[in-house]
Design a protein around this ligand. Structure first.
Ligand SMILES: *Cc1c(COP(=O)(O)O)cnc(C)c1O
Length: 736
């Protein structure tokens, strides 16, 4: 072709219908990004997370990984420019298509196994939901479990609606001062930067719930969130018409006194049931996740009396048939108990409508209905007003049956109607991207849809040990980078010298055996157990051939003074020259800190005082990423450990004296560390690989990942609780 012809062809081409990619309407692109940001589905899809991060990596981190807050800093035009620069167009289109496909997918597990729930969904009540760090309406394990439950319900297609509270200040942010003492900071979350919208009635009107008490009327508005296919509704008392005090009723999670708590639980339970009615939703099943929402059953009874003309007792029997109750704590003091005057103040008007006496109402919350000195216990209501009750691990089931045996004095312990469904975790939320890629390469295609099947996970044994080890090593380095960043930031804030801040930039060593301990600093979790014999642990950490390093994180409840002192003790070890450089404390444990820790440590340590850990789930998250558990035989680990898939502290026994139990466990912990963990980690073959260790990682993944997944958990709930409660054919596998 002549130059002129070439020019003509080029000119012609540029006139064609398809514009250069950079000119696709920025507004359309922006809208697609916003649509993805407004469904928390994005939070368990690494390709979408990467996409948001690539828009502005620094702001992404600063904004707590909140895509709505990030997008709000961009105009469509600027986003368009950034997308052109980073070649994001096809990635955005692809991710958006995946969301659409996900939302429209019909051949789900529940479509074949839980048809009876169609049109009669499960209403799942929980005081907290932990879905992602940018949505701070959780404090710890209970919330994260609820979040994982609804994400798996979405994945399996189980018709389920979440009901919770919106806390505009959430749970506190933790900062330690120079002395290692915890300070709490409450930050206002901006509702307009969260993926929520006001919920509307079927007629398109915004919804406000009213609850009359003896001391006045309480109002709450309703927010809607999309968590994949699941809708989550949150009640919020910050509305016109409430007193200034009541506007703050739902501002903090577990804040305030007993009266605040009873009022929050009134809004969650009774308000939650009224919200469902206002939405035109008729649940087939009510699942009370912990006793906080148990007042709701009384409201359902009222509805049945009013709309179906049932007597109180008939309504109670029918509602109990539809109610599933999960108890979460083996600690007697951990169950909410309210004084009669608070119950009457808040449930009096409802009681009038139910036509029952004060004593009858109180009787529902008492082990001995006639015992006037007994307070009103939410767990007792939950147990009495449900036909299906469960604990959250096999051991916890056993403890709960014993603990509540006096509710059924005519039955032997084995016949106490509390079963168990062991907790599990939502795999896509906790699995590191690199591990996901490794599984993608080796596991059967569509393994993600078959996460609850054991066969899928057997494949790990055919993975090259070197590849698994390299992946783990990369994740460990990622954790250390995170720790260094956080450490230098927290030290700078405390006004430490430049030398100390600089030293933090090189803290820890990727070649050293790294143990993580991240959890609430409640006394029974014994965070400092490993330090019981100071000389011995010093020797272990400082060994020149085979050293060990420890990463701690965790919050203490604001009113838990002993817990705060425990934090102080651990955090201040950094001043002790014997420990220097081998122990770090990362502030503000949350989903993000937890995720980094369980993805990068070699060993995840858990040493509660048996049997006080109902289940525990963080160790299950560690499994997925190849970390090995070193744990007391309590909660889920008591049924998970088989001698080849991790390490056990003690023999699953405890002494009547806490002091003796603690001494024994502390000794056993250090014995196992010295005799099993350290040798296995440091024994290397000619290629520098710890063969025995890698074998244990594989055993851990193949034997535990599917069993302790939230998919398995939700399938168990569906088959043994939801379907029968909704009146479907019971395939009761007796929950034990
Ligand atoms: C998973 C998780 C928990 C629960 O873990 P435990 O094993 O029960 O301690 C608590 N807090 C956060 C932030 C979590 O991610």
């Amino acid at each position: 072709m002549t130059p002129a012809e070439l020019a003509a062809v080029a000119a012609n081409r540029s006139n064609e219908a398809i514009p250069p990619v950079s000119e696709i309407a920025p507004q359309a692109l922006y809208d697609k990004c916003m649509a993805m940001a407004r469904n928390l589905w994005w939070s368990w899809h690494p390709e979408v997370i990467n996409l948001f991060r690539d828009i502005d990596p620094i702001r992404w981190r600063q904004l707590d990984h909140n895509p709505i807050a990030l997008l709000k800093e961009f105009t469509p035009e600027r986003l368009g420019m950034r997308a052109a620069e980073m070649v994001l167009y096809s990635r955005i289109n692809y991710a958006y298509r995946r969301l659409k496909e996900y939302m429209n997918f019909k051949q789900t597990w529940a479509a074949t196994h839980a048809g009876v729930l169609g049109g009669k969904p499960v209403a799942y009540f929980s005081a907290e939901f932990g879905i992602h760090e940018s949505m701070p309406i959780y404090s710890g394990g209970l919330g994260v479990l609820s979040g994982d439950h609804i994400m798996s319900a979405s994945g399996l297609g189980v018709p389920l609606i979440g009901i919770g509270l919106y806390y505009d200040q959430g749970y506190f942010r933790q900062q330690l001062d120079q002395n290692g003492y915890q300070h709490e900071e409450y930050l206002d979350t901006k509702a307009d930067c969260l993926p929520m919208e006001p919920a509307h009635s079927p007629e398109g009107k915004p919804i406000t719930i009213q609850i009359d008490t003896r001391s006045g009327r309480l109002l709450a508005k309703l927010w809607l969130l999309h968590v994949g296919r699941v809708k989550l509704y949150l009640l919020d008392c910050d509305v016109d018409g409430n007193s200034p005090e009541d506007r703050e009723l739902t501002s903090r999670l577990y804040g305030g006194d007993e009266r605040t708590r009873v009022r929050q639980e009134l809004v969650l339970g009774v308000g939650g049931v009224r919200a469902l009615r206002a939405l035109g939703i008729h649940p087939g099943v009510y699942h009370l996740n912990e006793g906080h929402s148990a007042f709701g059953t009384l409201e359902v009874i009222r509805e049945r009396m009013k709309f179906d003309g049932l007597t109180f007792h008939d309504a109670l029997r029918e509602v109990a048939q539809q109610t599933v109750f999960t108890t979460h704590t083996p600690v007697p003091a951990g169950h909410d108990r309210f004084h009669g005057s608070l119950v009457e103040e808040h449930l009096g008007p409802l009681r009038d409508e139910l036509g029952i006496s004060y004593e009858q109402l109180m009787g529902l919350g008492r082990v001995e209905p006639q015992n006037e000195s007994e307070p009103f216990c939410m767990t007792v209501v939950g147990l009495k007003l449900s036909r299906r009750a469960n604990a959250v691990s096999a051991l916890h089931g056993h403890i709960s049956r014993r603990m509540w045996a006096h509710l059924w004095p005519w039955r032997v312990e084995e016949e106490i109607p509390i079963g168990h469904i062991t907790n599990g975790v939502h795999i896509p939320s906790w699995l590191a991207q690199q591990m996901m890629q490794l599984y993608d390469r080796h596991f059967p295609v569509n393994w993600m849809r078959r996460m609850g099947e054991p066969e899928v996970w057997q494949t790990i044994h055919s993975v090259d040990p070197g590849e698994l080890w390299e992946t783990h090593y990369a994740l460990k380095n990622q954790l250390l980078a995170f720790v260094r960043r956080r450490l230098s930031r927290q030290l700078r804030r405390r006004g430490e010298s430049d030398d100390i801040v600089d030293a933090a930039r090189n803290a820890l060593d990727p070649n050293v055996l790294t143990i993580g301990f991240g959890r609430r600093f409640a006394t029974y979790k014994r965070a400092s157990l490993i330090m019981s014999d100071v000389d011995r642990i010093c020797r272990i950490l400082a060994d020149t051939e085979r050293p060990v390093q420890l990463i701690f994180a965790g919050k203490a409840h604001p009113k838990d003074e002993p817990g705060k002192q425990l934090i102080q003790r651990v955090a201040n070890l950094r001043h002790d020259p014997q420990f220097r450089g081998r122990i770090v404390f990362i502030e503000d444990y949350d989903i993000n800190v937890c995720r980094h820790m369980i993805q990068g440590v070699d060993v995840w340590l858990n040493n509660p005082r048996r049997p006080l850990e109902a289940s525990g789930t963080s160790g299950q998250k560690a499994v997925l990423n190849g970390a090995l558990n070193l744990s007391i035989l309590d909660g889920w680990w008591a049924e998970a450990y088989d001698g080849t898939n991790g390490f056990a502290i003690g023999h699953g026994t405890s002494h009547v004296s806490d002091e003796i139990t603690d001494q024994r466990d502390a000794k056993s912990l250090l014995d196992v560390l010295e005799n099993q963990v350290i040798p296995a980690f440091y024994e290397r073959d000619v290629d520098g690989l710890p063969r025995q260790w890698i074998k244990m990682m594989m055993n851990s993944i193949s034997s535990l990942a599917w069993r302790f997944s939230a998919h398995r958990m939700v399938m168990d709930y569906t088959r043994s609780c939801y379907v029968p409660a909704a009146g479907g054919l019971s395939c009761d596998m007796s929950m034990r």
